[in-house]
Design a protein around this ligand. Structure first.
Ligand SMILES: NC(=O)c1ccc[n+]([C@@H]2O[C@H](COP(=O)([O-])OP(=O)(O)OC[C@H]3O[C@@H](n4cnc5c(N)ncnc54)[C@H](O)[C@@H]3O)[C@@H](O)[C@H]2O)c1
Ligand SMILES: O=P(O)(O)OC[C@H](O)CO
Length: 383
């Protein structure tokens, strides 16, 4: 059972249809969602590439490396280190990808021969990043590796959701988006519980961009906090970060309103203001004077903002939008050792500008993607 405070009333489960779910990844988020899904009475198989973790999990119902204090339900079966066979996958209703974005393409490539394009399992992605070698979002990676039939129905779950709070059944709310309304609803039916409310949407590109970009802005607020700046500075950075995210997202073709959703401002606020965030922590430690290499070596878990800052830098250049905070984070991480204090000063010394300005030309990357998927662009475009 989840470990609640004795003063909180645990929210009770709503019965729903039972699915056979394969969770790929047994890190903080994969194992936390496996826990949630098992508690929602689904049959859960959790794959990890780490053989020792699989063996230990099945024996002790505990994760060797992540969420170590939590006892997991016995109905989760860990599998690995090899990916499951085609026959196994044919019996699965839902495949949940809970691995970092950098691992998605190679994993999809391996799984593709097992996926029936006419009747694929429901594919749900929770990673929050941009692939560094291509600067692509996950929906674009899916279109490349699995083709349009699968990309058109993939679903994306995102929003303010620290794994360690979900395993305590702290009330949590997330966005679930897909180009297919039917599949966004199907994914919601798998996850929705009174302690885990899911809101559906049809802007997966916006949801993905919001989830990936907020990690970069969390590094920025962490840096400012680490340097010793206080509340005004953090609130300003979050707000200007939201303006940047919305500008980049709109130029990409996302709906600007998506940035006001749980996946947008909800997750931005959470990640930029809590030391539970790994991305914020990376920034905070940079602000305190540690090197990026040392921080990554000792973090023990992925902070996707570090790689996403590269992809975002390239996208901002391609789209020709203003994103000074993202540029500063990129310069600190990768730009010839730019000093964090100099980066903050340069941001503050920029000339005054309009507060809210969205790009007039919007949607080139989305147009490209929708053409590839054989879908009409008009109803998805923001401008
Ligand atoms: N931790 C959270 O609270 C949280 C919340 C929401 C979303 N996310 C997102 O979920 C994704 C996973 O994060 P996490 O917190 O579980 O990270 P983690 O570092 O805790 O675990 C990562 C897991 O993925 C596996 N992995 C790493 N690279 C892989 C590859 N190339 N191929 C296969 N497996 C690989 C690792 O072995 C590990 O099991 C990230 O994109 C993250 O942004 C995390
Ligand atoms: O720990 P972080 O910074 O990867 O953030 C985790 C989640 O994305 C919060 O929703």
């Amino acid at each position: 059972m989840p470990s609640h405070s004795p003063y909180l009333t645990p929210l009770s489960r709503t019965p729903g249809p039972r699915s056979r779910v394969l969770v790929l990844g047994a890190g903080n988020f994969g194992s936390c969602l496996a826990d949630h899904l098992a508690d929602s009475e689904h049959d859960v198989f959790m794959w990890s590439r780490e053989g020792d973790l699989v063996e230990h999990f099945n024996k002790h119902h505990r994760n060797l490396r992540y969420l170590k204090d939590h006892e997991f339900p016995k109905r989760i079966q860990a599998i690995g280190p090899e990916l499951p066979s085609s026959t196994f996958i044919k019996g699965i209703d839902v495949v949940l990808f809970a691995i970092p974005t950098e691992g998605v393409r190679v994993t999809l490539d391996k799984l593709r021969p097992s996926l029936d394009a006419n009747n694929p399992p429901l594919l749900i992605f929770v990673n929050k990043g941009i692939e560094t070698s291509t600067n692509q979002l996950t929906l674009e990676i899916i279109a490349d590796t699995c083709g349009k039939d699968i990309a058109r129905v993939a679903a994306f779950l995102s929003g303010p959701s620290f794994a360690k709070e979900i395993v305590k059944r702290q009330p949590t709310m997330v966005s679930i988006a897909s180009l297919s309304d039917e599949h966004a609803e199907k994914a919601t039916a798998v996850f929705h519980q009174p302690w885990f409310r899911c809101y559906t949407g049809n802007d997966p590109i916006g949801v993905e961009l919001a989830g990936a970009l907020k990690n970069v802005y969390a590094i920025a607020t962490g840096i400012a906090d680490g340097l010793g700046y206080e509340n005004n500075t953090r609130a300003s950075l979050i707000t200007r970060g939201l303006a940047e995210m919305t500008r980049v997202g709109t130029a990409y073709g996302a709906n600007p309103l998506t940035f006001l959703s749980l996946a947008g401002v909800g997750d931005l606020f959470l990640t930029c203001s809590s030391s539970s965030s790994r991305n914020y922590t990376v920034g905070h430690r940079l602000g305190k004077g540690e090197t990026l290499e040392e921080i990554i070596r000792t973090l023990g878990s992925v902070a996707e903002g570090v790689t996403t800052a590269k992809g975002l830098h390239a996208i901002v250049a391609e789209l020709g939008v203003e994103a000074p905070i993202a540029t500063s984070v990129y310069d600190v991480l990768y730009g010839a050792g730019k000093n964090v204090d100099t980066a903050v000063r340069e941001l503050m010394e920029m000339p005054p500008s309009k507060e809210l300005d969205l790009p007039e030309q919007a949607g080139t990357p989305l147009r490209r993607l929708m053409k590839k998927l054989g879908l009409p662009v008009d109803r998805r475009l923001s401008a």
